[in-house]
Design a protein around this ligand. Sequence first.
Ligand SMILES: Nc1nc2c(ncn2[C@@H]2O[C@H](COP(=O)(O)OP(=O)(O)OP(=O)(O)O)[C@@H](O)[C@H]2O)c(=O)[nH]1
Length: 205
Amino acid sequence: MNDIKLALLGSEGAGKSAVLVRFLTKRFIGEYASNTNSLYRKRLSIDGRQLNLEVFDPCSQGTEARCILEEPVDWADGFVVVYNISDRTSFINAENILQQIRETRIENCKGEVEVPVCLVGNKQDLCHARQVCEEEGRSLAQENRCLFQEVSAAESYQEIANLFTQLIRQVMEHLKYRTDRRRYSSSKSMAKLINNMFGKRRKSV
Ligand SMILES: Nc1nc2c(ncn2[C@@H]2O[C@H](COP(=O)(O)OP(=O)(O)OP(=O)(O)O)[C@@H](O)[C@H]2O)c(=O)[nH]1
């Protein structure tokens, strides 16, 4: 059974909990307690594989993005960054968060492939009050090599489900790559060790 850990990040009120709850329960619940950190767990089956999904939804009330990031950035295998299409400030915040994910990950794991991330433009139903056009979201995602989708947690389930499924697939590949790499580099160091021990001796015979 694979364990997959995701973290939700974004401005206060962008709809992080709404997007996640829509994915987990197919429902839209108008209001959520937003003064505590929450950890959601669910068992899923994707491509015939059983998964334990854990999603960290940190409390973002009155917290700067840097603080929000500190806890989940090491813990998570993938990130969902949410902004509200009718709030430009939340888009600018998402931009900063994407940059911080990149920087923190580069500092922590040199040379490791990029962590899977998806950028979500939520509240698509509020397009009459739109402040961020879809193209801006798409090009920010392209710059950061992450998945992108505009959604409405209030009105639809399928796009959110597709997006999470794609992200989880990327995370599974990423985890497999990391395990293979670790195995490869430990078998390389084992080969080096064996060489050091026996290679020299063989030479002297
Ligand atoms: N119109 C509309 N409202 C939404 C949508 N998603 C969430 N909301 C509303 O936006 C508000 C904030 O939603 P939350 O899911 O609590 O947002 P959050 O990002 O988790 O907020 P914090 O926990 O405070 O950081 C709530 O009133 C939701 O009902 C959406 O797709 N469309």
